[in-house]
Design a protein around this ligand. Structure first.
Ligand code: COA
Length: 161
């Protein structure tokens, strides 16, 4: 039975073994992961069965960002992507995010279907975002709650003075 839990340093060997299969030339290094999972403003999860079969990460903030999400090829279409994305969105919600952003390959209809099913909507295209191949990225956004009100007219008047 699979389990979802926070990513730990001892998971990195298994994560790094999957990384090239999932992300090809865009695979992250051990150094990137070591820094990412120790940052206070990040939230990384793994799904284990009992080895790592999927992982995902979120950058926290008012505008949160899905940093990565992947499931090993032999374990796809069993709901693990959906489970991890739900965990990231729960974290975004409880840490006060107003919106969650992500980039997805413009031609990756499968991943886009996953995101759309959670309410993410297309925002724009980043041409040549994925290097070295130069594939375009579709930026998608999920609005979780209305933006925090700004200073309003009082602040605007103060700037004009
Ligand atoms: C995208 C990815 C994480 C999805 O993981 P997954 O565990 O297979 O996804 P789930 O089983 O939770 O799928 C949930 C829903 O998303 C949609 N979906 C996911 N993959 C799909 C595909 N290949 N084609 C069509 N719809 C798909 C379906 O609606 C699916 O529900 P269903 O199976 O009941 O029809 C996985 O395909 C992957 O790791 N891809 C390679 C890495 C990658 O490109 N990551 C995304 C970077 S933006």
């Amino acid at each position: 039975m699979s389990t979802l839990r926070a990513m730990e340093p001892q998971d990195l060997d298994e994560v790094l073994a999957l990384e090239p299969e999932l992300f090809g030339a865009g695979a992250w290094s051990r150094g990137v992961y070591e820094e990412e999972i120790t940052r206070a403003d990040r939230y990384y999860v793994v799904v284990t069965d009992p080895a790592v079969i999927g992982y995902a990460g979120l950058a926290l903030g008012t505008e949160a960002t899905v940093m990565t999400i992947g499931v090993a090829a032999g374990h796809r279409r069993h709901g693990h992507g959906r489970t991890m994305l739900a965990a990231l969105l729960d974290k975004a919600w409880v840490t006060g995010a107003e919106s969650v952003f992500l980039e997805v390959r413009a031609h990756d209809d499968g991943a886009q279907a996953l995101y759309t099913s959670f309410g993410f909507a297309p925002l724009g295209v980043r041409r040549g975002y994925y290097q070295p191949e130069g594939a375009d990225a579709l930026v998608m956004r999920l609005v979780l709650r209305p933006p925090t009100p700004g200073p309003g007219p009082v602040g605007a008047e103060a700037i004009e003075e």
